[in-house]
Design a protein around this ligand. Structure first.
Ligand code: ZN
Length: 126
């Protein structure tokens, strides 16, 4: 069985089995990271992984999980973000049994959002 040498910020160098390291890569940004639980202090350690680290870990047998940024990040958003007042109003609307019908009416409306607001760009990605 192959062992992987990693570094815990508390304990220093530690050795891990292949199954003890989780490697993740965002397909949208090509950024990768790996995470493991330190076998000595049991802290969860997470670190960014450069391309060469990803290559070494994959070549050692660590399974690579690929994920994508949520599609919602590409959506156009209108108006300003909701505030506490809107959230509180929504909370009280949910207390009324008519909220399902109101929501269905809003969803079937031809223009579900205000046209007088300029569309905001997609949210900045980190
Ligand atoms: Zn440790």
């Amino acid at each position: 069985m192959a062992w992987i040498k990693a570094s815990c910020s508390t304990c220093g160098d530690v050795e891990l089995g292949i199954g003890e390291v989780k490697l993740m890569m965002c397909a949208s940004t090509s950024e990768a990271s790996y995470v493991f639980q330190c076998p000595t202090c049991e802290l969860i350690v997470s670190k960014a992984a450069e391309e060469n680290v990803v290559d070494v870990l994959v070549a050692s047998g660590v399974r690579l999980s690929v994920w994508h940024l949520p599609a919602e990040l590409d959506e156009q958003h209108y108006g300003s973000p909701i505030g506490y007042d809107e959230l509180l109003e929504f909370h009280f609307q949910l207390r009324d049994d008519a909220w399902v019908e109101e929501l269905a009416a809003m969803a079937s409306a031809k223009e579900p959002f205000r046209r007088d607001l300029e569309p905001a760009g997609p949210y900045d990605q980190p």
